[in-house]
Design a protein around this ligand. Structure first.
Ligand code: GDP
Ligand code: MG
Length: 445
């Protein structure tokens, strides 16, 4: 996700890190690079201009000049500005005053509305609310079929509009039925078109009146960059939206849509679609994405995601141990095991803090489930004492462990190196602050 932009910005930051002081000269150089990174990411040029002006003003001001760690100050400023650009704070899905709370999905054809309807249903169910999916696209039979398939996958009920009756006439009955059954939410999947057109907008506006939704979410394809931004603006003008879901972020290396959306529409990004499967939906947190773009990883999202699948107590225990710097190889093995249960490995590892551009724990290792199984086998082949005191593991022990696990000594070495680097990261102030913000200690009380 946003790999190109992230790579470039991380390099700029590393360049500044090599400089003892922030001067007019090196700051000018850095700002030029940041500007190019953003333009290359397809961020709107006016947005870039303002961004650079803000960073320049703050970076050349007193706060940096007088600071002992100018590099950190600049990173902080860039991170804050990125966060602002992405919308500052997370906006949660609105709670309905009256059931069902209707969430209407709008957008062009092929952007991912139907897929996202399923993902959202799953998200809402996970929160413990009930949800009904509804296909309000009677002109295309295939549309309702697709939504039914999606609904079955996530275990949510699905309603389809009758083809022989106008939508306006059907909506009151649909709402009444949903209310009487007691659904908390109703997700309305609507028709799309290839281009923004007036008829579609009128239909959607009329439908919105009938549905009286708590959210009208524009679903945009991140890969289409500024086109997605432009169509969000048009939908907002014609229909009025309350938020944005950007799909196909898994394939978007640039990031122009994500970084321009909020300032172009004034509406928050609420979720990111990160794949074709039903659980490939991430609640959007501006601060976390900003940290991730700057190569600082997204530890909070990682923990949140892991937590969903894990025993809560186990997650807290591991987090506590990380904070106390007691994260042993035993914990590492347990984490790896949990990871294999958590969907795509690449996603998870992408969220770990990056150091020097490489994922900390597993440098050079293939990031698939098989190699994770090998790593677990290696740890399992150690004695309990070795697991708690890895310093003991000398050359002879390494050979024994490798033989026991049926792996090579190089793999054992790589695993130990990865583990030690991970521990080092856990000792770093940034990581510890993020863990503290997650506020484990409070939860334990
Ligand atoms: N890679 C990726 N593909 C997605 C994502 N969301 C949707 N898609 C794919 O985009 C295509 C169009 O999705 P669909 O839900 O039918 O779009 P709709 O026409 O707006 O309802 C399908 O092939 C989906 O699998 C996403 O977040 N990542
Ligand atoms: Mg569809």
């Amino acid at each position: 996700m946003l790999d190109n932009l992230s790579g470039r910005l991380t390099r700029v930051m590393r360049y500044l890190k090599g400089e003892a002081k922030v001067t007019d000269e090196n700051m000018k150089q850095a700002l030029r690079e940041i500007r190019l990174s953003l333009l290359e990411a397809d961020v709107n040029y006016l947005v870039v201009k303002e961004f650079i002006a803000n960073v320049r003003e703050r970076a050349m001001g007193q706060e940096v000049r007088e600071s002992l760690t100018p590099y950190q100050q600049v990173v902080k400023i860039v991170q804050a500005e990125l966060t602002r650009l992405l919308g500052e704070t997370r906006k949660e899905l609105a709670r309905p005053q009256r059931k069902p709370g209707v969430i209407m999905l709008v957008g062009l054809q092929g952007t991912g509305k139907t897929t996202t309807a399923g993902k959202l249903a799953r998200f809402i169910k996970h929160r413990g609310d009930s949800v009904l999916l509804s296909s309000l696209d009677p002109k295309r039979l295939a549309a309702a079929d697709q939504l039914e398939t999606v609904a079955r996958e996530v275990g949510a009920p699905c309603h389809r509009a009758a083809v022989d009756l106008s939508l306006e006439r059907q909506v009151p009955g649909l709402l009444r039925e949903a209310r009487e059954t007691g659904y908390d939410y109703l997700i309305a999947d609507t028709a799309g078109r290839l281009h923004v057109d007036a008829t579609l907008m009128q239909e959607l506006a009329a439908l919105k009146q009938g549905l009286n939704p708590v959210e009208v979410l524009f679903v945009g394809d991140a890969l289409t960059g500024q086109d997605a931004v432009e169509s969000a603006r048009r939908f907002n003008e014609a229909v009025g939206i309350t938020g944005i879901i950007l799909t196909k972020m898994d394939a978007d290396a640039r990031g122009g849509a994500a970084l321009s959306m909020v300032s172009a529409t004034g509406k928050p990004i609420m979720f990111l679609g990160t794949g074709e499967k039903a659980d490939d939906l991430q609640p959007f947190h501006p601060d976390r994405l900003a940290a991730q773009i700057l190569g600082m990883g997204d530890v909070l999202s990682l923990i949140e995601r892991a937590e969903e699948e894990l025993d809560q107590r186990e997650a807290e225990r591991v987090a506590q141990r990380m904070l106390r710097n007691e994260f042993t190889l035993e914990d590492f093995a347990a984490q790896l095991e949990q990871m294999t249960r958590l969907g795509s490995m690449k996603d998870i590892l992408g969220m770990l803090p990056q150091m020097g551009g490489k994922t900390v724990a597993l440098q050079g290792a293939e990031l698939d489930d098989k190699s994770i199984a090998h790593m677990i086998a290696i740890i399992r082949s150690m004695t309990p004492e070795e697991r708690s005191r890895p310093k003991l593991i000398n050359g002879r022990r390494r050979m024994r462990i490798a033989r026991g696990a049926g792996r090579s000594v190089q793999e054992v070495n790589r695993l130990l190196k990865g583990y030690l680097e991970m521990r080092k990261t856990m000792g770093k102030p940034l990581f510890r602050r993020m863990m503290k913000r997650f506020d484990i200690s409070q939860k334990m009380r």
